[in-house]
Design a protein around this ligand. Structure first.
Ligand code: SF4
Length: 238
């Protein structure tokens, strides 16, 4: 047992110095929702779904180091409301048509929305018209579903050493791009063995010819809600 600890919703969470709040919470078996975080990669802190409250401050738990005696709040009506709004905004900003998406049942955005009991997108839909890139022989890239989590960017750059993806633009104009002369995925060294091929939390990067290999109803988050997966189980899925 670590000699260091903080409290999360009144429960004692041990940590080792250098761990972030989300890492320590997950190691202790506590769920904090997240989309852009991945245990194998440097935190990005962009989706804000893992936001917790410390004192009067709202902070991203994936980028904040755990500290001795910190009093962290996660399970509150205010935080649930804030996170639900973030998820709803992601749904309306892109095109997430779950019934026709091959990722349905394995999608972390959909599973998080279910877990948060989201009933409607609440905000007006943007219905953007973004490119679908089918140039790669084995993968489809549909940027209509991209939530700009940058996981594929970090995985390709930091794990695969290929730097195939990037985020371009600022604010609401930020878009996922492919780093090839043509801008097409088919003109890169992207392969099924890449970490970047496995980390997309939504259905933006999908393998071809695998549709419905696992039937609807038997997929990861059909089995149980995302909040009851252990950190290790969830990591093994990506
Ligand atoms: Fe994230 Fe997927 Fe978009 Fe890459 S394609 S930034 S992994 S949502």
């Amino acid at each position: 047992m670590s000699e260091h600890s903080f409290t999360l919703d009144g429960k004692i969470i041990p940590f080792t110095p250098g761990q972030t709040i989300i890492q320590a919470a997950m190691d202790a078996g506590h769920y904090l929702p997240y989309l852009c975080y991945h245990p194998d990669m440097k935190a990005h802190g962009s989706c804000k779904v893992c936001t917790v409250k410390v004192g009067e401050r709202f902070i991203a738990s994936c980028t904040t180091l755990a500290q001795e005696s910190l009093v962290v709040e996660s399970d509150s009506a205010v935080l649930h409301e804030e996170r639900l709004s973030l998820i709803q905004m992601l749904f309306v900003e892109g095109n997430h048509f779950c019934p026709s998406c091959e990722k349905s049942g394995n999608c972390q955005l959909q599973a998080t929305a279910y877990d948060m009991k989201m009933m409607t997108p609440h905000y007006p839909q943007f219905f953007p018209n973004r490119p679908v890139d089918a140039s790669h022989p084995d993968f489809l890239l549909d940027t209509n579903r991209c939530i700009l989590c940058s996981l594929c960017v970090r995985a390709s750059r930091d794990v695969d050493g290929k730097n195939i993806f990037g985020l371009s633009g600022r604010g609401i104009h930020t878009r996922l791009i492919v780093n090839s002369a043509s801008g097409k995925l088919g003109d890169t060294e992207f392969s099924a063995d890449d970490k970047a091929a496995k980390v997309c939390p939504v259905g933006a990067i999908l393998p071809k010819r695998k549709g419905f290999a696992v039937p609807i109803g038997e997929r990861t988050y059909d089995e149980k809600p995302i909040s009851v997966f252990t950190a290790i189980e969830r990591k093994e899925k990506t």
